[in-house]
Design a protein around this ligand. Structure first.
Ligand SMILES: CC(C)(COP(=O)(O)OP(=O)(O)OC[C@H]1O[C@@H](n2cnc3c(N)ncnc32)[C@H](O)[C@@H]1OP(=O)(O)O)[C@@H](O)C(=O)NCCC(=O)NCCS
Length: 173
């Protein structure tokens, strides 16, 4: 397993995904599209922490860089090869002692239904399991979020932890 020190001293990589998609670190120029995403009803429904301004988005991007440097998480834009942002994916809550990390995402409305989230989750999961060496990844979301449940299932995550109604977490490997 990679050590947190190795990650802290490295550059956050871009990851290739299927369908000519790339996961790349966020850039300041992405702030308007990132902020605009939170106007979408579905993103607002499932993501209760929302930025209020482009300036705040850029602060979040700084926090994302800090997460990488402190080896606590990684955040990417899901983008086409021409750079257009289609969504967001992140892994956070890194626990190097137990080899556990969490995964979260959203996709812009116009890009939904084409497998973008599924491809991104698979690319991130492969990197986190094979390159970093985590042994368990979890997605925490509501079982009422059917689209997200489908993403989890299609990406190979297993349903578990349904003791609390409407809540579940999946695990890969
Ligand atoms: C959940 C979400 C990330 C899925 O992204 P996506 O790129 O559309 O995912 P996929 O294309 O892999 O499709 C997954 C499922 O979405 C559903 N879906 C298909 N077309 C859709 C559309 N136009 N709009 C919404 N959902 C659609 C289907 O159930 C599909 O499963 P299927 O392929 O078995 O039919 C996206 O709908 C989203 O951002 N939703 C709002 C925020 C959210 O729920 N985030 C996750 C919280 S943990």
């Amino acid at each position: 397993m990679a050590s947190s020190g190795v990650i802290s001293g490295s550059r956050q990589p871009a990851l290739s995904a299927a369908q000519s998609l790339e996961l790349r670190p966020w850039a300041a120029a992405d702030a308007p599209v990132f902020l605009g995403a939170y106007q979408d009803e579905q993103i607002r429904r499932w993501h209760t922490r929302r930025p209020q301004s482009e300036a705040q988005v850029r602060e979040w991007f700084d926090d994302y860089r800090q997460d990488w440097q402190s080896a606590t998480g990684a955040h990417w834009a899901i983008a086409r090869s021409d750079g257009e942002v289609l969504g967001r994916i992140s892994t956070r809550g890194w626990n190097f002692d137990d080899g556990i990390a969490g995964v979260g995402y959203w996709v812009l409305p116009a890009a939904r239904g084409a497998g973008v989230a599924t491809c991104a989750v698979m690319a991130l999961s492969t990197w986190a399991l094979d390159e970093i060496g985590f042994c368990r990844l979890h997605l925490d979301h509501s079982t009422r979020n059917h689209a997200s449940c489908r993403v989890a299932t299609k990406s190979g995550y297993l349903l578990e932890g349904c003791a609390v109604p409407q809540c579940w977490s999946g695990a890969a490997q």
